[in-house]
Design a protein around this ligand. Sequence first.
Ligand SMILES: Nc1ncnc2c1ncn2[C@@H]1O[C@H](COP(=O)(O)OP(=O)(O)O)[C@@H](O)[C@H]1O
Ligand SMILES: [Mg+2]
Length: 326
Amino acid sequence: MTDHDAHAPDAGGIVVEGVARSFGSVQAVREMSFHALPGRVTGLIGPNGAGKTTLLLMLASLLAPEAGSIRIEGADPVHDPRAVRRAMGWMPDVLGTWRTLSPRVILTTVGRLHGIPRAAARARADELLVEARLEELADRPSRVLSRGQQQRLGLARALVHRPRVLLLDEPAAGLDPTSRVELRGLLRGFAAGGGTVLISSHDLSELDEMAEDAVFVDRGEVVGGERLVLARQAAREWRIRALDQGASGTSALNYQLANIGVAFDRVRIEGEIAYVALDRDEDAADVLGRLVRAGVAITHFAPAVGDIERTYLGLANGADPSGGAR
Ligand SMILES: Nc1ncnc2c1ncn2[C@@H]1O[C@H](COP(=O)(O)OP(=O)(O)O)[C@@H](O)[C@H]1O
Ligand SMILES: [Mg+2]
C-alpha cells in the first residue's frame, strides 16, 4: 500500500507527510501522512478531537504546521499559500457569518476576492446559484436558508474559482438523506472530472455513502497505515432474517441455508439473525432467490455493514482491509 508517487515532488492531489501541530500542551495533530489521489473522494474519518479540523486548516493554508510537509497539487501551503488557495476550495464546518448578505452577494464577493473581474464574478455567481438550486433565494439574506441550502451555498462558495482540490470539513453533518445523496452526486462528479476531494466526518456510516478511499485518524495520528482503498472487493456479510418460526426459527434458517448449498463456514448465527459471507452481489442475489424458492419467508436481507465500517472493523481485527479480508 505504499504510493511511491506520493514522494515525487509533482504528485497531484493532496500529499501529507509527517505533519504535526499542537496548541500549547495539546498535540492536536501528532503525525499524519497520507496521499489523497486525484479523481477520488477520500474520507478523513475519526472521532471528535482526532485532529481533522486542525489538519484541514493546515491543508487550506490557514494554519501553519510545526513539522512535516504538505503539497496541494504540488504547491506548499507554507511557502506558496497563494498557489494553494488558487488550487483548492475550502468548505469549513461552520460557514462564516455573512448571514445578512444574500447568496448572490456572497458568491460574487468571493469571486472578487479570488481576483475574478466584476462582470465575470457576477456571471459565475449566477451559474453557481443555478447549480446549487438557490435561484429563488438568491437575493434573500442567507440566514433564511435551511441547513441543506446553507451547505449547498457553502459548496458553491468553495467552487467559485474552479478549484481542482476540494476540502470539506464535516459537510454532511445534520443533512437530511436527500441532501446527502445530492452532496455525494456533486462530489463524485467533481472527482470524475479529475478533481481531488478530501471530506471529513466523525460518522462512519455517513462517509460510507460518500467516499471511495479512507484515511482513519485518532488522537492526532493516522491509524492502520496510510490511505486505504475501501474493502469493496472483499467478501461481505449479509444479514438475513426470516419470519419467526418459533423456537426453531433460526436453526431452520441455518438448515435452509445449508440446504440451498451455502457452505456452513460462511454462516454465522447470532440470535435470530443469520450472517452469510458472500463474495459478490450476484451471489447474494442468488442466495436470496434460492431461499425464496425454498419457501423461506425472508423479512430482511441486506449488507451487514457498509464498506467503510467493514474496512474499519478489518483494521481493528488486524486484517489487511484492501487485500481480500474475510
Ligand atoms: N485553537 C485551538 N486551541 C487549543 N486547542 C485546540 C484548538 N483547535 C483544536 N484544539 C484541540 O486539538 C484537538 C483536535 O481538535 P480538532 O482538530 O478540532 O479535532 P476534530 O476536528 O477531529 O474534532 C482537540 O483536543 C481540540 O480541543
Ligand atoms: Mg472538526
